[in-house]
Design a protein around this ligand. Structure first.
Ligand code: DC
Length: 227
C-alpha cells in the first residue's frame, strides 16, 4: 500500500506541533511529535539522576517504550505529555538531543513508527534525515518575538508562568544549540518548502500546507529551501 509522509521541521515556537496536529487531523494521518520523544527521555534521565552530559548514561533507552495515541506520547505506558513541557525539561532537552547514541536510537524508533503508515511527523531533522523520502517537506519559521509570545500563551494555558523575556532568551539559546550541534542539526531539507508563519494565522498555515499537499497551491507565503 502506498503511504504518504509529511515532514514538518522548524525551530521552537514556529507553530510546528499545533499545525502538524491539525494537518494530521485533516488528512486522517498519524501525528508524530518527535520533540516529545527527546523531551520524554530527558525527563526519564532526570528522574534516574543520570549525568546528562554523559552519552553512555543513556543505555536505559533500550528498555524504554514509546507509543503515540491520538498524538499523545506514552513513555513506558504512562502519558507524559504534561510533564515533558516543564521548564527543567525544556532547558535540558537540547543537551540530551545532541548525543549521537540518543539520536540513533530515537531516529530508528521514529522511522519504525512511520513505516507503513500515513504520517505527519514534526521535528528538527525529519525532512533531511529521518524521512528523506517524505512526499512533502515543510520548514516553518517565525521571528523570535513571535515565537516567544506563542510559547508564553501556550504555557499560560498549561498553568506554567515564565516571563516573556526569559522565554525569548531560552528560545534563542535553544535555537543556537540545536542549529549548531554537529549531529543532524536543525536545518531545512534542500527540497523543503519554507513558510514564515510570523504574520500568519494558524488556519492560514494549515490551508497553505493543505493546498500544497492537494496539489492546488498558489505559492503565496512560502519559498523553497533550495538555493
Ligand atoms: O519541538 P520541541 O521543542 O518539543 O523539541 C524539543 C527538543 O528536542 C529541541 O530542543 C530539539 C530536540 N529535537 C531534535 O533534536 N530533533 C527532533 N527531531 C525533534 C526535537
Amino acid at each position: 500500500m502506498a503511504t504518504t509522509q509529511i515532514a514538518i521541521d522548524g525551530p521552537a515556537g514556529a507553530g510546528k506541533s499545533t499545525i502538524a496536529k491539525l494537518v494530521a487531523e485533516l488528512f486522517k494521518y498519524t501525528y508524530i511529535d518527535t520533540g516529545a520523544m527527546y523531551r520524554a527521555i530527558t525527563l526519564k534521565a532526570m528522574r534516574l539522576n543520570v549525568e546528562l552530559n554523559d552519552e553512555d548514561a543513556f543505555d536505559f533507552l533500550n528498555q524504554t517504550s514509546f507509543d503515540y495515541e491520538n498524538g499523545v506520547l506514552f513513555m513506558d505506558s504512562v502519558d507524559v505529555s504534561r510533564l515533558i513541557r516543564s521548564r527543567e525539561v525544556s532547558n535540558n532537552v537540547s543537551l540530551v538531543s545532541s548525543h549521537q547514541r540518543v539520536r540513533e536510537i530515537l531516529v530508528e524508533r521514529q522511522r519504525a513508527i512511520a513505516h507503513h503508515k500515513n504520517v505527519v511527523m514534526d521535528g528538527r531533522d525529519i525532512g533531511y534525515n529521518v524521512l528523506p523520502n517524505a512526499d512533502f517537506k515543510f520548514f516553518l519559521t517565525a521571528n523570535v518575538a513571535t515565537r516567544a509570545k506563542r510559547r508564553f500563551l501556550e504555557n499560560a494555558q498549561n498553568g506554567i508562568h515564565i516571563p516573556l523575556e526569559d522565554l525569548k532568551n531560552e528560545i534563542i539559546a535553544r535555537d543556537d544549540f540545536d542549529s549548531n550541534r554537529t549531529i543532524t542539526p536543525l536545518k531545512p531539507a534542500e527540497d523543503a518548502i519554507v513558510i514564515d508563519t510570523s504574520d500568519m494565522k494558524i488556519e492560514d498555515v494549515v490551508k497553505t500546507i493543505e493546498s500544497i499537499v492537494r496539489g492546488e497551491n498558489n505559492h503565496e507565503n512560502e519559498s523553497s529551501a533550495r538555493r
